[in-house]
Design a protein around this ligand. Sequence first.
Ligand code: HEC
Ligand code: HEC
Length: 370
Amino acid sequence: MRGISWQGLAVAFGALGLLTSLQTSDDDNPHARAPRGVSLVVTEGAYLRAPGADWFAERAKAEPGRFTHDATLAGGIGGWVDAKGEYWFVEMEEGEWVYNQWASPERLTAGRRDFVQFCSSCHGLEGDGYGRSAQHLRPTPRSFQQNKFKFTKVIADLPSDEALLAVIRRGLAGTPMLPWDLSDVQLLDIIQYIKSLSPEESGWRDVYSQVGDAIEVTEDPWVDIKERAIVRGREVYHGAASCHLCHPGYVTNEELRVIRKDPEGTTYRENLTYPALKDSEYEVLGRATKVMPPDFTWHQLRAGITTADLFQTIASGIKGTAMPQWKGALPDEDLWALAHYVEDLIVSYKDQRPERSAFMGGLRTSGDNR
Ligand code: HEC
Ligand code: HEC
C-alpha cells in the first residue's frame, strides 16, 4: 500500500463514482445533455395568451375528462384545470376579456429539454434563431423572440398551438426545417416553451395579442370546372393581384399587356420571369434579412401544395414578408382560382425538366425577358 494514501484512494473512488453516475444517468447519450454551463431547468412558469371564447368552449366540449370547470380560479370568472395542473382562465383587462393559459415550470422544463435536444442547433439555445448551425442558413431559422410566423396560415397576430403543431409536423420543404415526428406531448411541451420565450409585453406575453387557428377552408367553387379556374387564376395572378411583381410572371410582356389592358409600349419589371428578392422583418442578430418569393415551376413550397393548402396560404399571406394577406382583398372565388392556377403550374412544370425548359425558355426568349 506504500505510495497510495487513503486520501488518494478516496479520490480515485470518488472519480469512479462520478463516472458511473454519469454513465448510468438518464442522459447517457452525450447529445441529450446541454452544453456546459447551460441549464435545462426553467424555474418560473409563464402566463401566456390563449385563443378566445370559442376555442375555450370547444376544448371543454371535446375533452370533458381533461377539463374540470373551477370557478374559484381567476377570481371566480372561470377556468379549467387539466390533468397536468395547467390551467386556462379568463379575466377582465381594461374592459376586455383576456384568455390566458398558465404554463408550469415543470412543463416548460420538459419543453426546454426537448428543444435543446432537437431544435437548438438551428434555433439557438435561447431561441434567438442563431444556433450553431444557423449561421449561414437562408432562409434563417425562426427567432422565437420575434413572435412572427410565416406558414401557420393564421390571420390573428399569433398562431394557436394546433397551427404551430401542424407546421412543425409538416416541416418546411426545401429548407433545413425537418418534418418532426415527436409525440404530441413532446411537441406541445416544446410549443409552450417556445411561446414562453416572448419578450415581456410582446407576443404571447402581450394581453392585446390575438391568437387564432389556421384560416378556414371555404367551399371550392371550381371543383368540377378546374380548367376554367386555371384560366381565371392566370388572369387574376397577372391582373388584379399582380403576383408577378414579386413571383415570376408566367406570360410574355405582350400577354401581360393584354391581360392588364395596358397601352401599347408599356414596359414591366426587368427579369419578369424570375422572382424578385424582397425585404422582410425577420432578423438575424437584429438585422433584417431578405427573402426570395418562390417560382412555382421550380421551388419546393413550404406550406403545402394541395389546392386547400394553397388557398389557405394565399388567403392568409406570409407574416413579416412582402406577401400580403389576400383574404378580404379578393373574393374567395378568385382565391380558389389562384390556388388552382398555382397548383397547375406546380403539377405541369415542377420537376418536369423538358416541359419547364420549353415553357420558361419560350417566355424568356421572347420580348425583352432574359
Ligand atoms: C436544421 C435546422 C433546424 C432545426 C434542427 C429545427 N428547425 Fe425549425 N426552422 C428552421 C428554419 C431554417 C426555419 C425557417 C424556414 C423559412 O423561413 O422558410 C425554421 C422555422 C421554424 C418555425 C417557424 C414556422 C413558421 O411558420 O414561421 C418553427 C415553429 C420551428 N422552426 C420549430 C422548430 C422546432 C420545434 C424544432 C425542433 C423540434 C425545429 N424547428 C428544429 C431550421 C431548423
Ligand atoms: C409584394 C410581393 C408579393 C406579392 C405581390 C405576392 N407574393 Fe407570394 N410571396 C412573396 C414572398 C416574399 C414569399 C416568400 C416568403 C418567404 O419565403 O419568407 C411569398 C410566398 C408565397 C407562397 C408560399 C410559398 C410556400 O413556400 O408555401 C405562395 C403560395 C404565394 N406566395 C402565392 C402568391 C400569389 C398567388 C400571389 C398573388 C395573389 C402572391 N403570392 C403575391 C411575395 C409576394
